[in-house]
Design a protein around this ligand. Structure first.
Ligand code: NAP
Length: 603
């Protein structure tokens, strides 16, 4: 592994920070939008040559009525929808901007005239982590009256969860309560959001076209020929156009005795296709395990070779189920559609009864569990139509380019267990850890989980299980940067001897003086559970000294149990050692969030 600095476009005159912005801007754009960006830049260049400055043209744009497309996005789907809508608006000569809710200046809200909100919901009905401050403002007492605002809300969620699309629903109701006028009813999207999101975006676009005036001197779409006709234009991989990466290494990093094997993967990652920074995630498209697909066909007495037409495409049933449909994750619509075909009274009770019991089934069962437990007949077309489209899985990147060059490392926990004597696997982890020589991947930028710009700042990195992956990237980067800040890792794993992921690397970093403190919480090495939050409390006095000295806090891993427990422990530490009351400790941590000194990447 050589230390090669990352330069996504080697011959570019742009500094790296601008290149990153360019990559983020263009990622996921369709050909029309990319041509627009190209034409926009050409227009600015021509204006500069003619003595007009870019400032002049943008100030005219600012005078025009502008649409704001605000996104509260966790996995990047919301960001992509928002950026695409803003690009479509701009390509029609309308003034528009896409802004992350975490970056949005809330004082602008009172001035908005046309607002599109794309918001996803997580955990217990919560907005994404970095959108919390915006939601707090919107729902709080300081929110302005919005009688002049027209708005539309697109909700992204997962119907497996009881509080489906809750965050967007609350925002929608609040906007209406503040006097704003909805231009169209909120659309709630399940995991297969593409169709509904496209229809909503089209409605949003049409409304803007009818109500906003195109700017007279707005940059127009002009198509400029490439400078060198022979030079291939490299477009970074996106979710829809992933890069096929060679797998360079696959290594189990848990001991033989571990009941939860974890693999370390290294893949080839050319910088022009897969530009990434520590904190980012990699999206991976997988295939479903053939034995699960074969079993589904067997249970339903369907032939995998038969052709099935759906949404204008024809493939064999086997192809649909292997590469294009979710066959492990159950969803509410699939459960309900199956119940409508089944005569089993227990299934009817489940559908009509307790929401928590239903949510537990959706969370813990796979499609096969449903088909085997409550038999019902599906035709091949019906089954393909009912199952959700396959979605890529996101993994935190465990490497820094400054350390590994044109490679990307990831850490994958395998899901492989028996349910009532039958083997069940996690589709993506099974695929990733099998022998597939190549993976289809793309980078999902994660700007809410970044290293501080200041290399002198201390870092406290708290994580459990595979949640330790980004800290490997952080430490590699800080080492390559020659950062002088101190590092403290608090890591939770099942057992010290078998599950201490990257143990040799942490110990080597400790020896080199790169990692000043290392605390492991091995939960299953003793009768009572010991978790990272116990270590936080035990080390509270020292932790407070780090925090008071300006350290940044990072938390990565499980969102539903670990993150709230770690937060509670941090509140305790701030109270006990910082002399705060419960309320002011909460406020203190909220301030750290606002200063981007308390960052969480949890799901
Ligand atoms: P795991 O091995 O199942 O668990 C890691 C450790 O966390 C175990 O020692 C476990 O203890 C402990 N734990 C359980 N409940 C806890 C709690 N309330 N507070 C603190 N620790 C607790 O973990 P994994 O399979 O590698 O995955 C960890 C989680 O992180 C998954 O939910 C995964 O989706 C998530 N993850 C998130 C990111 C990200 O946000 N970027 C990246 C990677 C992984 P016991 O099991 O013994 O109780």
């Amino acid at each position: 592994m050589s230390a090669v600095p990352a330069l996504p476009l080697p011959s570019t005159p742009l500094p790296e920070s601008r290149l990153r912005l360019l990559t983020e801007l263009t990622q996921g754009l369709d050909a029309g939008a990319l041509l627009y960006v190209s034409g926009y830049a050409a227009g600015l260049a021509a204006a500069q040559r003619n003595g007009h400055t870019a400032v002049q043209s943008s100030s005219h744009a600012a005078e025009r009525e502008r649409a704001t497309v605000l996104y509260a996005s966790h996995t990047g789907n919301g960001r992509r929808i928002a950026e695409k809508l803003a690009a479509s608006l701009e390509s029609r000569g309308l003034a528009a901007r896409a802004v992350a809710a975490g970056e949005y200046a809330t004082r602008d809200l009172a001035q908005e005239r046309l607002l599109y909100l794309v918001a996803s919901t997580h955990g217990d009905g919560d907005p994404p982590e970095d959108a919390r401050a915006f939601f707090d403002f919107l729902l709080g007492r300081k929110a302005p009256r919005l009688a002049s605002l027209r708005y539309a809300v697109l909700a992204l969620g997962d119907s497996s969860y009881p509080k489906f699309c809750e965050a967007a629903r609350i925002a929608d109701e609040r906007l209406a309560a503040l006097g704003a006028t909805a231009i169209t009813a909120r659309v709630d999207c399940d995991i297969d959001f593409e169709g509904a999101a496209a229809t909503w975006s089209e409605t949003a676009l049409q409304h803007a076209l009818e109500t906003l005036k195109p700017g007279g001197d707005a940059p127009r779409l002009s198509i400029v020929p490439p400078l060198r006709a022979s030079a291939p234009v490299v477009v970074a991989a996106t979710r829809d156009t992933p890069f096929t990466a060679e797998v360079l290494a696959r290594q189990r990093i848990t001991g033989r005795a571990s009941d939860h094997p974890v693999m370390h993967l290294e893949i080839a990652a050319p910088a022009d296709q897969l530009a990434y920074e520590p904190g980012d995630a990699v999206g991976v498209w997988h295939h479903n395990p053939s034995f699960l697909v074969a079993r589904i066909a067997e249970v339903q007495q369907l032939d995998l070779a038969i052709p099935v037409s759906h949404a204008g495409e024809e493939r064999s049933l086997g192809d649909w189920l292997t590469q294009h449909r979710e066959v492990t994750r159950l969803s509410r619509p699939v459960l309900e559609a199956h119940a409508a075909r089944s005569t089993a009274p227990a299934l009817r009770t489940l559908i009509q009864g307790d929401a928590q019991a239903r949510a537990a089934v959706i969370r813990d069962w796979q499609i096969l569990d449903l088909l085997e437990t409550y038999p019902a007949q599906w035709s091949a077309e019906e089954l393909v139509g009912a199952l959700r489209p396959l979605a890529p899985r996101l993994y935190s990147i465990a490497s820094s380019r400054l350390e590994v060059g044109d490679e990307l490392h990831l850490t994958v926990a395998t899901v492989d267990y028996e349910r009532e004597g039958v083997r069940r696997v996690g589709a993506a982890s099974h695929f990733l850890t099998s022998e597939a020589p190549e993976l289809r991947v793309y980078i999902e930028p994660n700007t809410r989980f970044r290293l501080p710009a200041d290399g002198d700042r201390d870092l406290v990195m708290i994580g459990a299980g595979t949640g330790v992956a980004p800290y490997r990237a952080f430490l590699q980067q800080r080492s390559a940067d020659g950062a002088r800040g101190r590092h403290w890792l608090l890591f939770g794993a099942r057992r010290f001897s078998s599950d201490f992921l990257y143990q040799a690397e942490w110990l080597a970093a400790r020896k080199r003086g790169l990692l000043q403190r290392l605390d492991l919480a091995a939960s299953r090495d003793q009768a009572e559970k010991i978790y990272v939050q116990h270590r936080l409390r035990e080390q509270g006095a020292e932790l407070w000294r780090w925090i008071a000295g300006g350290a940044s806090l990072y938390v990565c891993g499980d969102a539903t149990r670990m993150a709230p427990d770690v937060h509670a422990a941090l509140v305790d530490v701030v109270q006990t050692h910082g002399g705060h009351s419960d309320e002011s400790a909460q406020a203190f941590l909220n301030d750290l969030v606002a200063e981007r000194r308390y960052l969480r990447d949890v799901y």
